[in-house]
Design a protein around this ligand. Structure first.
Ligand SMILES: *Cc1c(COP(=O)(O)O)cnc(C)c1O
Length: 426
């Protein structure tokens, strides 16, 4: 479609948007700078609060008050089974079967637990492929796993780097790197969407290649869950984990999701760290010796469910269910393309480009986020837009990340944002 750079055009796109009423289900923060409603573009970092979150938490507070410990069985959402309220809906978010997903812990914890099962190095096969500049927590997790098994992280962690002068990894280079390691490769663990550049990887092709050389392949979906259309089951991913507070709007530090492909969950040769909540439900309160795993990913649970933060995730998944991932992705592609179209017209006073977009322009290779690499006065530009009521994200040394979230951002938001940004150069 051909876009136009005007407020009325942006408003006409909003008028055609079948998801426009979802905006009203969220609370927009007030800009500290202007005292007015912020232009919010950091749903990739912390999604906005669903208005329904409060009632979901209150339900659990009331049931706790009313029933005490008996809320485990008599509450409106019995806490004993709490993780089950998520299976169907979370499975749709990542393209899995319901018993392949479970909500538990936080993201980095889940990455560790899943590496316990899927990173079991031998003297010959001990390397892990990650992307260079991966989210720091992932780097620390991977390096510490490697050292835990007695290997040298400098040797065992293979970091993939874009070609000189390029910002993104080419799929062909990722496949080549996997081939290069082949027999020494134990695990490929990349992000679904790279947090800094916004690049979305070809998860299906990379997963297939990893398996071809005999490695496991796991995905960190922190920036992909609730953003891209995912098909973890069909892609045959071995495992995945994601947080729920970014595109999934479930509140700071909220519970994480984990996926274990069903081909692995019944295998007795795949070890895991175990706790009572992964134990067969029928037998759990018998408190007997001997672990009997629950079916599927639920066997990886250690502890009883953190009900209060999961209550918000429950509220959030109801919204995703009503909107539908396919409709969201369709809007997202258009919304981000509009942002890109407008940004590309911005020049400085001398008519030159003062930034470049390092996120791929192919919609298949990105989600909602665009990363703006500033060629001059980046920090001043960021401070300027912040003063004008925009909430975006600054990453040293010179990148501004913006992510229009299709659930609650409008085409008008995007238009107003770029207008503010362009006015910096006037
Ligand atoms: C946001 C994010 C994290 C955060 O980890 P937590 O354990 O939830 O604090 C980790 N990895 C990636 C890739 C992220 O984007």
């Amino acid at each position: 479609m051909t876009f136009e750079n005007s407020l009325s055009f942006a408003q006409s796109l909003d008028a055609q948007d079948g998801l426009r009423e979802f905006r009203d289900k969220f609370i927009f923060p007030t800009s500290i700078e202007t005292g007015e409603e912020a232009l919010y573009f950091t749903g990739n970092s912390l999604g906005l609060q669903p208005k329904s979150a409060r009632a979901h938490i209150e339900t659990e507070l009331e049931d706790w008050a009313k029933y005490g410990v008996e809320g485990h069985f008599h509450g409106r959402n019995p806490w004993f089974h709490y993780h089950k309220f998520f299976s169907e809906r979370a499975a749709k978010i990542v393209g899995a079967l319901p018993h392949e997903v479970v909500l538990m812990n936080n993201l980095t914890v889940n990455l560790h637990l899943l590496m316990v099962s899927f990173y079991r190095p031998t003297q010959k096969r001990f390397k892990i492929i990650i992307e260079k500049g991966a989210f720091p927590s992932d780097q620390y997790a991977v390096a510490s796993q490697v050292r835990f098994h007695g290997f040298d992280a400098n040797e065992a962690v293979v970091e993939l780097e874009p070609r000189a002068g390029e910002h993104n990894l080419r799929t062909e280079d990722i496949l080549q790197a996997i081939d290069n390691e082949a027999d020494s490769l134990a695990l490929v663990m990349l992000s679904g969407v790279q947090y800094y550049t916004g690049q979305a990887f070809d998860m299906e092709t990379i997963t297939r290649k990893g398996h071809e050389v005999g490695a496991f392949v796991g995905w960190d979906l922190a920036h992909a869950a609730g953003n891209l259309l995912l098909k973890l089951h069909d892609w045959q991913a071995d495992f995945a984990a994601w947080c729920t507070y970014k595109y999934l709007n479930s509140g700071p530090g909220s519970v994480s999701g984990a996926f274990v492909h069903e081909k692995h969950s019944e295998r007795s040769d795949i070890p895991r760290f175990e706790g009572w909540w992964g134990h067969s439900e029928e037998a759990r309160f018998k408190m007997e010796k001997g672990f009997i795993p629950m079916k599927g990913a639920a066997a990886w649970q250690l502890s009883n469910a953190p009900v209060f933060n999961m209550a918000i995730h429950k509220a959030s998944l109801e919204i995703f269910e009503a909107a539908g991932m396919e409709a969201l992705r369709e809007k997202s592609v258009k919304l981000t393309a509009y942002l890109e179209f407008l940004l590309k017209q911005v020049t400085n006073k001398s008519g030159e480009k003062s930034f470049e977009l390092i996120t791929p322009s192919d919609p298949e290779q990105r989600g909602a986020q665009l990363s703006i690499l500033c060629l001059e006065k980046g920090r001043e530009l960021f401070d300027f837009i912040t003063k004008k009521g925009v909430i975006a994200d600054w990453r040293n040394p010179n990148v501004i990340r913006v992510a229009p979230a299709p659930l609650y951002n409008s085409f008008e938001d995007v238009y107003r944002f770029v207008t503010i940004l362009a006015s910096f150069y006037n």
